[in-house]
Design a binder for this molecule. Structure first.
Ligand code: NAD
Length: 716
């Protein structure tokens, strides 16, 4: 193969061989991933123009020069910045034009995907004749646009259904999904699945087969699918069903997936040109919407959190770990450590049955991955074998990190930490998963308290993305950074918070829960409360949440918070009565709600009688209920930032979204407050003071945020 050309500082390198096989390597200088920013797009236009003139090329392979990334998609900073509809229209039309010219090049094109391929990366791959994918485990291909509040507008909505059929395309585009290589091949998105070890070689073979006319035709949707989706009636059924599901999942708060359905429908019924035009119209509307800007803001918060981990200064390596307590949390933590960190995990409990139960929880989670084909049988068995159950501390001398998840009692935790000091090496980091006990109290009697740190997972461990890393006053930076780095290794988002009652997330949630209980006390019905807050965008209403957390746990944490914050945070006297009556929530099969077969049914009217209250408020104002539930939390958020419980408004927002499911489309608690105009929120707090008392009074910290021009302007 003879060398062709490369302009210094450019992102593309074209090499064409005398055999007609050419490669175009995308490798943005100075960046770890390839993104389609403005300059790259301009260059690609020139490359395509030059390619159109080449008559010596018989097959062109598109490659990436990055080791683990094919193309990450559009430049998200540009999406964040853009506010002018005309500018969006021009930008989208430009790229659509380039990709169409790519599609029409006078020779076959092959996209050779050997790393993450997202958004625009997938769209140029779809505009190629063939997509080849490596079978490397961490390769993903997808269209995440709807997660950023936009639709795939560089041809993705039009070409994806043509390649893989309507149902599979909806599945990917509406959820903003990325799929694994095997799945990509199975659904027909990739034309070949190639062994990673021989990827370059196999790609070349494939391209030579294309030149020789032996490669076969690119895969298209299969006959059965075409039967259902190819006729207007079948399509209508599929599209209606998709719309219903999106509405159920998003409550209509996320416009992008709904618009994507319309755009996809237009591309199928009216042809590609109409589909491209519909993509442009949708993008012009969506990319300037507040929902898109808030989702892009969240994307940036997540990226910043990942970057914080780059070369984490003092973090120690973790090659073996232990989990103490094999209960609800311990079993889940042990499983995720074996699965994601892929290290040996000692799992210790004092109770043999609990140990068996913990292992069963872990086994169940691995089985689920097996069913979804995320793991092969031997892999699942190997990972399960990393879990080493025991009733004593054997092997603890060789672990680098212990996560304690025993019962929530200070005396038990202190005893366990004393044991750990005896049975582990001096440098082993000792983390606690406590949800309410101060790290300083737990470590008070330790010889080396600097190695004690909070590592607060949320329930269920496998699903909740947040880990609060709690630094006590004597916690070393090595301990905090090791735990933060390890949380990232587990695929979690760590947020560092200061020791104190409820740390960050439970402290803020405490205010919402207390207000909801007071609203119930004042005559709001359980249905109304949960419906209004769920409609506002929270993943569940506050009473459902209390049932999920466990009413006994909520009462216990409520007491700790109440003791710490006095009149500012009180709970109705009747709250503990529910526990006395055996109503512990989901886990006991009765709480605010009725349960049948473990499934939540309707609110249980017997609760009113038990608590001596009555639902008297008919037709409550959603705005007023939302104010009551949200404003105390906003007020407390300002205090947390002022006290340095969390470093920045961005970290607070990330923690609330990842730890409580605070609606991403609102960008986070502080961002939502900033969007509302803080002076108006302050006026609403004053109104609540008149109606309900001093506990709603704006805090000095909140006033600082008002004077400073917002949470983000004041607290970063
Ligand atoms: P759990 O009651 O389900 O499990 C606790 C386990 O610890 C039991 O299996 C028990 O046998 C075992 N245990 C007790 N003493 C022990 C000892 N000395 N050595 C070893 N094992 C011992 O409790 P859980 O819900 O898993 O909670 C565990 C910890 O996680 C608590 O600190 C809790 O506050 C915290 N947490 C719980 C949740 C939640 O939603 N459940 C969420 C976040 C944090």
């Amino acid at each position: 193969m003879a060398d062709d050309q490369r302009t210094t500082g450019s992102a593309f390198e074209l090499r064409a061989g005398s055999d007609g096989l050419a490669t175009l390597t995308f490798d943005t200088p100075g960046k770890s991933v390839n993104v389609f920013g403005r300059a790259v797009i301009e260059e690609l236009a020139q490359v395509v123009e030059a390619l159109e003139e080449r008559n010596d090329i018989k097959c062109l392979v598109l490659l990436s020069g990055k080791p683990s990334n094919f193309i990450a998609g559009a430049d998200v900073d540009e999406i964040a910045r853009i506010t002018d509809g005309k500018e969006i229209e021009e930008a989208v039309l430009t790229v659509q034009g380039i990709f169409t010219r790519w599609e029409n090049l006078p020779f076959p094109t092959v996209a050779a995907v050997r790393g993450t391929c997202m958004g625009g990366g997938t769209e140029i791959a779809l505009a190629s004749d063939y997509i080849l994918i490596s079978d490397r485990e961490n390769v993903r291909i997808g269209q995440p646009e709807t997660k950023l509040g936009i639709v795939p507008a560089w041809g993705g909505c039009v070409r994806m259904p043509r390649k893989i059929g309507l149902t599979a395309a909806l599945d990917i585009i509406l959820a903003g999904k990325a799929v694994r290589p095997k799945k990509a091949f199975k659904i027909g998105l990739a034309d070949a699945l190639l062994p990673d070890a021989r990827f370059g070689h196999e790609v070349r073979n494939f391209a030579q087969a294309v030149i020789a006319g032996h490669a076969g035709r690119p895969r298209k949707t299969d006959f059965k699918r075409r039967l259902l989706e190819g006729n207007p009636l079948g399509r209508k059924v599929v599209l209606d069903q998709a719309r219903k599901q999106v509405l159920k999942r998003t409550g209509g708060n996320y416009p992008a997936p709904l618009r994507a359905i319309e755009v996809i429908a237009s591309g199928i019924s009216d042809g590609p040109e109409a589909g491209f035009a519909a993509e442009v119209r949708a993008e012009v509307e969506l990319a300037i919407s507040p929902v898109c800007k808030n989702l892009v803001h969240l994307f940036h918060l997540m990226e910043r959190s990942k970057r914080n981990g780059d070369g984490a200064g003092d973090a120690l390596p973790v090659d073996a770990a232990a989990v103490l307590g094999a209960g609800v949390m311990g079993g889940g933590i042990a499983q995720i450590v074996a699965d994601k960190a892929d290290v040996l995990v000692r799992l210790k409990d004092i109770d043999e049955d609990a140990l068996a139960q913990g292992l069963e929880v872990a086994n169940g989670l691995f089985r689920k991955q097996l069913r979804r084909r995320w793991l092969s049988k031997p892999e699942a068995a190997r990972k399960m074998a990393l879990l080493r159950p025991s009733l004593d501390y054997s092997g603890f001398g060789s672990v680098d990190l212990v996560v304690e998840a025993v019962v929530e009692r200070l005396d038990v935790k202190r005893k366990v930490f004393a044991d750990l000091e005896r049975f582990t090496r001096e440098q082993t980091i000792l983390a606690t998963n406590t949800s309410s006990i101060s790290i300083d109290l737990i470590s008070a009697e330790m010889e080396r308290p600097e190695r004690c740190v909070g590592m607060h997972f949320f329930n269920p461990v496998s699903k909740m993305p947040l880990v609060e890393v709690i630094a006590g006053t004597r916690t070393s930076s090595a301990a905090a950074e090791t735990v933060a780095a390890f949380a990232r290794r587990l695929g979690k988002t760590p947020v560092v918070v200061k020791d104190g009652p409820g740390f960050l997330v439970n402290r803020l949630l405490g205010f919402t829960m207390a207000e909801s209980l007071w609203l119930l006390d004042e005559g709001h019905s359980m249905e109304d409360l949960d419906r209004i807050i769920h409609d506002w965008g929270m993943p569940m209403g506050p009473l459902t949440l209390i049932d999920e957390v466990g009413i006994d746990t909520a009462v216990h944490v409520g007491k700790i918070l109440g003791d710490a914050f006095g009149d500012r945070l009180t709970f109705p006297d009747w709250f503990a009565k529910l526990v006395e009556a055996g109503r512990l929530g989901t886990k006991s099969g009765s709480g605010f709600y009725k349960y049948s077969g473990g499934k939540r049914q309707s609110p249980d009217k017997a609760v009113y009688e038990l608590l001596g209250i009555r639902p008297t408020v008919s037709d409550p104002s959603p705005e007023r209920v939302a104010d009551r539930v949200l404003l105390p939390m906003v007020n407390e958020a300002a205090r947390c930032l002022d006290e340095g419980v969390v470093a920045s408004a961005g970290d607070l927002d990330l923690a609330m979204i990842m730890g409580t499911g605070f609606p991403p489309f609102r960008g986070g608690l502080c961002r939502w407050a900033d969007d509302q105009d803080l002076r108006e929120l302050r006026a609403s707090m004053e109104r609540l003071v008149t109606e309900g008392g001093e506990r709603y009074a704006p805090s000095a910290a909140f006033d600082r945020a008002v004077e400073g021009g917002g949470f983000y302007a004041t607290f970063g």
